[in-house]
Write a protein that binds this ligand. Structure first.
Ligand SMILES: Cc1ncc(COP(=O)(O)O)c(C=O)c1O
Length: 413
C-alpha cells in the first residue's frame, strides 16, 4: 500500500508508522511518501506520452533538497521562482539548461545571475523586464533565452489568491501588448525568443481554464509561425488541482487530454510546470493535541502543536485539509474546531470537524500537506520550522532537521 493508509488501527506512510516517526522526531513533523511522488510523476508523464514534453517541477511547492533531488532523479526539470530557488535547484543537481525561471518580480541581481547561468528560459513578465534582460545580455555579450508570459485574461475559477490569469492579476504581458513585443524582437539581437508561456492559476479543479489557455497558446504559436518566427517549445504552466476533501477532481489524464486536444497540429514540444499535483498528496503534517476546551454547546477547541506557522494554507486561503487521528480509536464522535497555537484568531487548521473524541497527547495527521506547506512556513511567534521526514519503501529518514532557536538567533546581533 503506497501513501497514507490505515493498518491495525494506525495510520502509516508507505508502511512506516507515523506514531513511531512522531515519537522519534517529535511533533509537529512533515512526513512525505516517496512512492506517491514517484507515482504522480509517472502518471503525469504517461498522460502526456503522446506529445513531446518536459516536466519542470515547480519548486515553489516544496523545494526541500531531498524532494527536489527525488524529482530530478525521475527525469524532471525545474521551474524556479527566485534566484534562491535556482540555487537550490543547482544544488539538487539540476543544470541551468533544466531550469526555467518564472516570477512576477525578478530583481536586477536575479536577472544578471540567470542570464550568466544561461537557464533554459527566463519567463519574462513585462516589456520593462524584457528590456532589463536585454540590457544585461548586451552588456555581457550573451544572448538571453526568453519566453514571454502571456496574461490570457482567463478565470481559473480557483481561489482568488491563487488565480493568476485574469487581466486584473499582476502576472504576464497583456494580450493587447504582446504583438508589438513579439515584433520588436526582430531587432533585438541579445534576446532569443524560445517560447511563450501561460499559467492561469493553481489548484484548478476543472479542465476548462487549462484547455482555454492551451488553445490560446496554440493560436499565438500558429500566428508567430505565420510571421516566420519559430519557437522551441510552448510552456503551458502548472495548476492541476488535487482533491483535498476526497471529492472528485479531474485526473492528470483529463488535464493532459484537454491540453493535447488543443495542441493537435502544433509540432512543438511542451513544458509543464506542475507543483501541487506531484507533491501535495504525498505529504502529511503530523501534530499532537496539546489542549482541549469547550467552545460552545456543541463543539470543543482542539489545540494542536501545529498551526499557521507550519501550514499557512487554511489561514491564508481558508483552504481545507483533511484531519485524521493517527490512531483512530472507537470513541464517539465530537465536533471540533482544530486550532493552532499561534496568537491569531485566523490560526484555525480545521473548522467544524467531526472526529472520534480526542484526548490530550493524541496525534493527528493533516493530509495533503506536501505542497505549499513547509515551503510557506514561517517563524512567527519564534516558532522553529518543523522537521521533514521522507519515507521510502518503509524506511524513513530526516531530510530537514527541526530548526532551533540558535539557528534563528545566529542571524541576529
Ligand atoms: C508560473 C507558475 N508555474 C507553476 C506553478 C505551479 O503551480 P501548481 O503547484 O498549482 O502546479 C505556479 C504556482 O502557482 C506558478 O506561478
Amino acid at each position: 500500500m503506497i501513501g497514507f493508509s490505515l493498518s491495525h488501527d494506525e495510520l502509516l506512510c508507505d508502511g512506516a508508522s507515523l506514531t513511531a516517526i512522531a515519537e522519534a522526531v517529535g511533533t509537529p513533523v512533515y512526513v512525505y511518501s516517496s512512492a506517491v511522488m514517484r507515482a504522480r510523476y509517472r502518471e503525469l508523464d504517461e498522460a502526456f506520452a503522446d506529445h513531446p514534453h518536459a516536466i519542470h517541477y515547480a519548486l515553489k511547492a516544496n523545494s526541500t533538497l531531498a524532494i527536489a533531488r527525488l524529482l530530478r532523479g525521475l527525469g524532471s526539470g525545474a521551474d524556479a521562482n527566485s534566484i534562491w530557488e535556482i540555487e537550490v535547484a543547482r544544488r539538487a543537481g539540476f543544470v541551468p539548461a533544466d531550469i526555467v525561471f518564472t516570477g512576477v518580480g525578478k530583481s536586477l541581481p536575479e536577472l544578471e545571475c540567470a542570464v550568466a547561468l544561461g537557464v533554459k528560459a527566463i519567463n519574462v513578465e513585462s516589456s520593462g523586464e524584457l528590456a532589463r534582460v536585454e540590457a544585461i545580455a548586451d552588456r555581457t555579450g550573451a544572448v538571453a533565452r526568453v519566453a514571454i508570459r502571456l496574461n490570457p485574461d482567463i478565470d481559473a475559477r480557483s481561489h482568488p489568491h491563487i488565480s493568476t490569469g485574469l487581466k486584473v492579476n499582476k502576472f504576464g504581458v497583456a494580450l493587447g501588448e504582446a504583438a508589438a513585443l513579439f515584433a520588436s524582437l526582430d531587432h533585438r539581437k541579445a534576446l532569443e525568443l524560445v517560447a511563450i508561456h501561460v499559467h492561469v492559476g493553481s489548484q484548478i479543479t476543472s479542465v476548462e481554464p487549462i484547455q482555454r489557455s492551451a488553445a490560446l497558446v496554440a493560436r499565438v504559436a500558429a500566428a508567430l509561425k505565420q510571421l516566420g518566427r519559430r519557437l522551441e517549445y510552448l510552456d503551458v504552466g502548472g495548476g492541476f488541482g488535487i482533491s483535498y476533501d476526497g471529492g472528485e477532481v479531474p485526473t492528470l489524464t483529463d488535464y493532459a487530454a484537454a491540453i493535447l486536444g488543443e495542441l493537435r497540429g502544433i509540432d512543438l514540444p511542451i513544458v509543464l510546470e506542475p507543483g501541487r499535483s506531484l507533491v501535495g498528496p504525498a505529504g502529511a503534517l503530523v501534530a499532537r493535541v496539546i489542549d482541549l476546551k469547550r467552545r460552545d454547546g456543541s463543539s470543543e477547541f482542539a489545540v494542536i502543536d501545529a498551526g499557521m506557522t507550519e501550514l499557512m494554507r487554511p489561514a491564508l486561503y481558508n483552504a481545507f485539509h483533511r484531519i485524521e487521528p493517527v490512531q483512530p480509536r472507537s470513541r464517539p464522535e465530537r465536533q471540533y474546531e482544530v486550532v493552532g497555537p499561534v496568537c491569531e484568531s485566523t490560526d484555525v487548521v480545521g473548522r467544524d470537524r467531526r472526529l472520534p473524541r480526542l484526548e490530550v497527547g493524541d496525534l493527528v495527521a493533516i493530509r495533503d500537506a506536501g505542497a505549499y506547506g513547509s515551503a510557506m512556513a514561517s517563524n512567527y511567534n519564534r516558532r522553529p520550522m518543523p522537521p521533514e521526514v521522507l519515507v521510502d519503501d518503509g524506511a524513513w529518514r530526516i531530510i530537514r532537521r527541526r530548526q532551533t532557536l540558535d539557528d534563528l538567533l545566529a542571524m541576529e546581533s
